[in-house]
Design a protein around this ligand. Sequence first.
Ligand code: AHR
Length: 491
Amino acid sequence: MAEYIVNVRDKRSRISPEIYGHFSEHLGRCIYEGLFVGEDSPIPNVNGMRSDVVEALKKMRISVLRWPGGCFADEYHWKDGVGPREKRKKMINTHWGGVLEDNSFGTHEFLELCRQLGCEPYINGNVGSGTVQEMSEWMEYMTFDGVSPMADLRKQNGHAEPWKVKYFAVGNENWGCGGNMRPEYYADEYLRYQTFVRNYGDNRVFRVACGPSGDDWEWTRVLMERAGKYMDGLSLHYYTVPNDWDKKGPATGFDKGEWYKVLKKGLYMEQLLSRHGAIMDSFDPEKRVALVVDEWGAWYDVEPGTNPGFLYQQNSMRDAALAAMTLNLFNKHSDRVRMANIAQLVNVLQSVILTDGADMLLTPTYHVFEMYKEHQGATLLSSRMDCGQAGSGENAVPQLSESASIGQDGALHLTVANLSADDAAEVNAALLGFAAKQAEARMLCAPFNAFNSFEDKEAVKPCAFTGFRLDGESLSFTLPPCGIAAFTLRP
Ligand code: AHR
């Protein structure tokens, strides 16, 4: 029996909605086909954005979307993607699959997509192969309301009003595909580039510096020491790769050993958040600078027969469990983690949506984001789960993952995931300071390796969960193996 304590009297940090953020790169079928099909497509669309995908993402309450990369960002020259489409430069996407990039999706299209989705845009600028002037002019183009060469160009291109663009990253993975820089060198570059990413009118830019890959503590230390005062966020990238990078393992058809291996590797996120957070604390004890985990998720071998450069992978209950556990961790670290972007939105890596021409499906990961959406903007509560382990040996993990928050309307939200592929979990929860009168719950529950395919799109979907007992301040329930539950309780 697991003992779960939620102390409603002990309110912690606000859970930034941007923790439930996403990432869309010019990679494979993410932008083209997955999001943008063009106005003339037989696939129903509004201004070129496919309506089925937009509607599903709105229902999931997508909060922020990062674009145009990734590694693509440090090769992207934004002026190639504005103006009449037929005149835009055509080029080869050398980084991802060697396919034609016709630049038909550019700044106007991305900001139109964000408008339709009702989410914040998060733009990633080019440090690796771009200039300070180019980056500076991009912000001027998007946000300046007045007479200037870039504002005039925007008007000429059909958008009189400036957009609001809050989140802007100065480079991506500049320790790797963004220029193979040393942290000292990048810190100087960051300071120079960010100076010219200006605030126009009342648009206030939240500047994100390129942060470490995984456990590169030194990168974080150098960046915070040299440039911490000039940034609002520092990024962190961490992917869960079950085996070696050249033989990662399949997204489906795995055994229970591989289930636990992925969860154990995913749980490393906890150490990354704690240790990078501690380094940041030593320079920024007020936690002004956010940790922005703008790439995370599972990375498997591509689906057989697909372009290796497209990073297309299926998505199973194992990915749902990884997402559930990771989002609980982000909630618990929301005093420092104020944005996170799972990679990537559609058809690439751990996606929430897969498409096949005009067809689309929601993945198990989608359902987790949708079920967890009530945490967005709510206040984290102090909570603790005393439970046993699941799995064995070096891949053992705590059987249960949880987080708790209270919304502005006074509703209590609990999300609990049973990480065991073998055993049910009996849970006794004490809700200190909260006498619940009403409760409702939903659960995602399917065999550990189940997934949604185009032949069976609803093999994994949430259902109402009624198997709980509520008695004032106490709640008890049994979660089946792999079960992921979201409770809403009202006084
Ligand atoms: O998400 C795929 C790639 O992974 C991104 O382009 C890059 O930033 C990271 O290495």
